[in-house]
Each structure stands twice: as C-alpha cells, then as structure tokens.
Design a protein around this ligand. Structure first.
Ligand code: GLN
Length: 282
C-alpha cells in the first residue's frame, strides 16, 4: 500500500471533520495527527511531506472517528497541557480549560515567590489548579477536595505523574464537609452552568461529567455554598478565588457581605467577567 504524507492525512482528516459540526477542522486534524505521531503540531507542519507509517495512520483514523463522535480532544489524546504541567485527561473529570490557567496565574500573584501558603482547592476535578499551584509554590501546603471518587483518582494519578504527590493532600468531601483547618487561599472552579443551559452545550462538553458542570437552576448552587462557608476556613485576610460563568458576576458579588469581604471581578482573556477574588476582612 502506498503511504500518504502528513499533509495528505491532514487534508483527509479535515474533510472528515467537516462532515460533522466541529469548530476548527483544520487545526483539529493537525493536532490529532501530531498526537498520533507523538510529536508537536509545529513539527508536523514543518515536515508535512514526510510519509506516515501504517500504525500511526491507523491511530490517526481512530482519533478522527472519536472526534466525529463528539469526544473532546483532550480525552482523545488522553492528556492536556495546563500551566507548566502535562495532565492526564479522561471522562472522570472536566478537561482543564485555558481560563482556569488564568485563574491559577491570578492566584499565584497573591503570594511572594517561595511563600508557603495553605491552599484549599474545592471541586479539584483533574487536580489541575491544586497541582499547578503546588508546582509554583513548592513550600505550599495544598489540599484538594472533590465529591467524586473518580475525579479524585484522576487527580491523584496526575499528582504522581507530576511528581507532586508529596505536596498535595486529597480528600473526598462534599465541599467543606470533611475539611478542617484554615487556609490563606480557597480556590475553586465549581460547576456553574445553569441546568437549563446543559442541553445547549456542545457535544464535546456534554461528554464531560455533568456533576462537574451543572450548577443547579441559576448555576450558583455550589458557589452559594462555598461563599457561605469559606469565611470559616480562611485565615485573616485570606482570599476566596472563584471561576464563574458568563453573566453570573453580579449575582455572585451580591452573595458577599461587604462588611466582611472586599475584592472584585477579574476578566478572562476573552473579556468575560470570569473570576471573583474576595478577601476576608477581619
Ligand atoms: N468552563 C466550562 C465550560 O465552558 C464550565 C466549567 C464549570 O462549570 N466549572 O463548559
């Protein structure tokens, strides 16, 4: 059988992906070919005339079929880059998003380099926030919580893969229920999609765990519980940092008693009010 070049496979993959509604068929075909070849997209494009071996071509076809069925790219390749880490990704937890990397960067600005803050990550999912902060602050004491044992097993695998298992304590808990102690930072990317919007999500997002996305009628069921209890678990002048959904900022800000909290809204790279940073007054 004649082998096809990388460029020919990308063209084929793009055409296949165009048969289903997909956001960026060209970029996705390039990315999935890079994953099948276990190399970078840049190298695929730089050496696009190279022929693709049969086993790798079969892997690429398999990836394209999965993408056509609506599987998120991070689940197909089984991993994603997040801040300085490469994390395993599968249906046990939400695939980490670029916005959440911004949340980590904002959180990192709260502390001096070399600081040793106590950090609590609620709804840790893949562990991305807890692990990225543990990598940035090797002296930090990080606790990561999730209600889902499946998510926690993925987070713990990611801790081992990132060699951060000594730095992060994992607890299965419904928010604060099993948590004790007090923290300098409580951070969370909780489920925040209003239930009625769940049906309108893209096929990719609908393959992710509903538990990680569905925030109840107005999207704020979990956020409300976090805001209500966070004060009891924060050190003096500790910060609560939340990722929230588009349009939710006014309702979330209204949950904070201004006599006890100060802070504000931060935007994501798309200009959406995406993060709430609230500092506890004492
Ligand atoms: N940002 C995710 C999305 O777009 C939602 C994440 C969440 O609910 N925490 O689907």
């Amino acid at each position: 059988m004649n082998l096809k070049s990388r460029a020919q496979w990308i063209a084929w993959g793009r055409e296949e992906l165009q048969k289903v509604p997909t956001a960026q068929p060209q970029a996705e075909a390039e990315f999935l070919l890079a994953a099948a070849l276990q190399t970078s997209r840049t190298r695929v494009l730089a050496f696009s005339a190279q022929l693709v071996e049969t086993a790798e071509a079969e892997q690429f076809c398999n990836f394209i079929e999965k993408k056509k069925s609506g599987m998120p790219v991070a689940y197909i390749t089984g991993e994603t880059d997040f801040c300085s880490l490469t994390l395993r990704c599968d249906a046990r937890a939400l695939a980490p998003r670029p916005e959440t990397e911004e949340l980590v960067e904002y959180c990192a600005k709260l502390f001096e380099k070399g600081a040793d803050p106590a950090i609590l990550d609620l709804c840790t999912g893949s562990g991305c926030i807890a692990l990225a902060l543990a990598a940035k602050f090797p002296r930090a004491r990080v606790t990561a919580v999730d209600i889902s044992p499946e998510a926690l097993s993925l987070a713990q695998e990611n801790a081992r893969l990132s060699k951060l298992q000594e730095k992060v304590t994992f607890i299965q808990s419904n928010l604060f229920e099993e948590v004790s102690g007090s923290f300098d930072l409580i951070v969370s990317n909780p489920p925040y999609i209003p239930t009625a919007d769940m049906a309108t999500l893209s096929p990719e997002v609908r393959q992710e765990p509903h538990l990680a996305l569905d925030g109840g009628e107005d999207g704020l069921d979990i956020v409300r519980q976090i805001v209500q209890l966070a004060g009891d678990y924060l050190n003096p002048y500790g910060t609560l940092a939340l990722e929230i959904g588009m349009g939710e900022a006014p309702a979330v800000c209204a949950l904070f008693d201004p006599s006890q909290w100060e802070g504000g809204i931060k935007k994501d790279f798309a200009g959406i009010d995406r993060f709430i940073f609230a500092r506890r007054k004492f």
